[in-house]
Design a protein. Structure first.
Length: 70
């Protein structure tokens, strides 16, 4: 088994940042995904995709070790 401790993983999902009450990792619909990745020692971070922010998201995805798509 590969040691994933410390790997940064972007949790990528479609969301409008301005109107998304469930965008936070701690309370959102992907909360259990964040929790599961953290249990394996990974460092999950939200990556909220929207067409208007595609360049910003692309830069974020290039900085992480892996991507989980929801």
């Amino acid at each position: 088994m590969t040691d994933n401790a410390g790997c940064r993983v972007a949790v990528l999902y479609l969301r409008d940042r301005e109107t998304a009450p469930d965008a936070a990792a701690e309370t959102g619909r992907f909360r259990k995904v964040f929790e599961a990745l953290a249990e394996f020692g990974m460092l999950p971070e939200p990556a909220l995709y929207h067409d208007d922010a595609r360049d910003e998201i692309r830069r974020q995805l290039l900085r992480v070790d892996g991507v989980w798509c929801g």
